[in-house]
Ligand binder design. Sequence first.
Ligand code: SF4
Length: 358
Amino acid sequence: MDKHLFADNILNWYAKNKRDLPWRHTNNPYLIWLSEVILQQTRVKQGLPYYEKFVETYPTVKDLAEADEQSVLRLWQGLGYYSRARNLHAAAKFVHEELEGKFPEDYQELLKMKGVGKYTASAIASFAYNEKVAVVDGNVFRVLARVFGIATDIASHKGAKEFEVLANSLLPDQQADEYNQGIMEFGALQCTPQKPNCMYCPMQSGCVAFQQGKQKELPVKIKKLKIKNRYFHYLIFEYQKNGEVFLGMKERTAKDIWSGLYDFWLEEKPALQTTEALLGENGWDDKLTSKWVIGKQSVAYKHILTHQRIQATFHHIEIPAEQAGTEFFSDLHFFKPDEIVDLPKPVLIDNYLNKNFF
Ligand code: SF4
């Protein structure tokens, strides 16, 4: 298909079909950046309330920079991929402290922000400043692969380069912002992964995939995700004092999922186990464990992440109040349930607490 015709089709289609979304009414780079980071790996319907919460709580980059990380993570809770929230916060601090609050104004400068890769930098540069640089995300790969009949693996280095060059060659001289938003919207609504609406598509006559019936085969993505199975055993250590319950929670600090969020004492094993088997296996000091009262063990909860399938069980153990301050429990912080509400937590933990304590 002729490149000018392709761009015209995108712009015309977008003018008629675009969704009315709040970040499309602004060219404030901070707000556009927020929306882009929130919407990565997230559907618009799910991301929209988070965007609204963030804009309300942190209306400027200065507000976000001055927030503490725990509050940012708490607001982010439920969106997953928490490193995005930490990078967002770190980058806001960078803009506020190193750049004196002046948001970077072009593609190359935007790339210097933590967590901002080629895609996000081109989105901000084109949407906020109308810079002529193409966005290439999953939607763009799909549309280009189908319309131009390109079978290069999009997960390969060669494919990434080839699509980037093509995408940039298609950008019209004017309206980089509208065009970039348009091609992504076109991929999200018209040329969708499973059921592209080819019957009513302006690209139909020049689309290789449509002409050759290859919509299902394009784009080609060879790399397969390896899914790892993990078995989490959460020990919920709790004690009662003056009629109040205290639960032991732990901040996750390791380089692993959910870093910076709070969960319970975690034992990870190659399979699911009973509380008794867990305690027996750990060989902890009898003087300590003989005073513990083993409570209920939950059913296994399944929690699916992109690369991991987690099965988690919760094991309730009541300990004497005086043990809570001992060396053995030094990694735990004991909180009353109403204090836990404000802690940032993985959704798996939040759901369990809501069901059992709040
Ligand atoms: S004709 Fe079908 S495959 Fe081609 S761009 Fe349109 S929706 Fe996508």
